[in-house]
Design a protein around this ligand. Structure first.
Ligand SMILES: [Fe+2]
Length: 265
């Protein structure tokens, strides 16, 4: 039975110790795919030991996995150009998702945009000259049906969105980390099996809840806290066939809490 393991992490903010812990987690869990769900960069130097933007690209390009996938957070702004240029020099394929689907074996994952901050650099670096390409779509959700349609039900497996869906215990209402209400609409419409977010570093720690169910969808906030211990998820998906499809079974291991959640869709 084909099995795909994905390690997701968010909000590294160029902090050296978190990047180093990520490398340790990848060595330990040996995922096929690592996904950075936004805010792996930032514009400020508010931590005493941060990588430069170029060092982030060089470090991540050396992760020993088959694919490294990026989804934009609000802290990927103009700094993306330097990251992009450095990554291109590494010759590793750049898998940056913007309103787009990425397929790895039987696993189909959907990369949402982040509608906060300045997405110009990220979008322009990936732009397809076709004016109908989804990144040119200013309607936050009009692009989604177009992106999902070619993949059928398999596109409901794993959604990656830096901002959490709004109105859950995973983010703080009425704040800049309140989450995105349009993602709630999308989840209610399509019932994806699993969504992974970050962005709000504090609320899950305060509530003690790192996951929440919206209908049948398991939503996870895997954002960092100020403890210095890396938060990340290891998703294991088992499939009946090697072609893109919904999994037969999926689990999410959340670290460092060690909690495992079954995802059944
Ligand atoms: Fe963020």
């Amino acid at each position: 039975m084909p099995t795909i393991k994905v390690l997701t992490v968010t909000d590294l903010h160029r902090v050296r110790v978190l990047y180093e812990q990520l490398a340790g987690a990848v060595a330990s869990h040996r995922p096929e795919v690592v996904v950075l769900v936004g805010d792996f960069l930032d514009a400020g130097g508010d931590h005493p030991d941060q990588f430069t933007t170029a060092e982030c690209a060089e470090f991540l390009s050396k992760l020993p996995c088959e694919e490294v996938v990026f989804v934009r957070g609000n802290h990927e702004g103009d700094n993306w150009w330097e990251f992009y240029a450095t990554w291109k020099q590494t010759r590793r394929p750049l898998r940056a998702l913007d309103r787009a689907v990425f397929v790895h074996g039987p696993l189909v994952m959907v990369g949402f945009p982040c509608l906060m901050g300045d997405e110009t650099a990220f979008v322009e670096s990936l732009s397809d000259p076709d004016p109908n390409a989804p990144h040119h779509d200013v309607d936050a959700l009009r692009w989604l049906p177009k992106a999902l349609a070619p993949h059928g039900a398999a596109a409901r497996t794993l959604w990656l969105m830096h901002e959490p869906p709004a109105g859950t215990p995973l983010s703080r209402a009425g704040s800049v980390v309140a989450g995105n209400p349009e993602w709630v609409s999308a989840i209610e419409r399509y019932s994806p099996w699993l969504t992974i977010s970050g962005h709000d570093h504090g609320t899950p720690r305060r509530t003690g809840r790192w996951h929440h169910k919206l209908g049948r969808t398991v939503c996870v906030n895997a954002g960092q806290t100020d403890t210095g211990r890396l938060h990340y998820c290891v998703i294991q998906a088992e499939f009946a066939t090697a072609t893109p499809s919904l999994p037969q079974r999926m689990t999410v291991l959340m670290q460092p809490t060690g909690e495992t959640v079954g995802v059944t869709g």
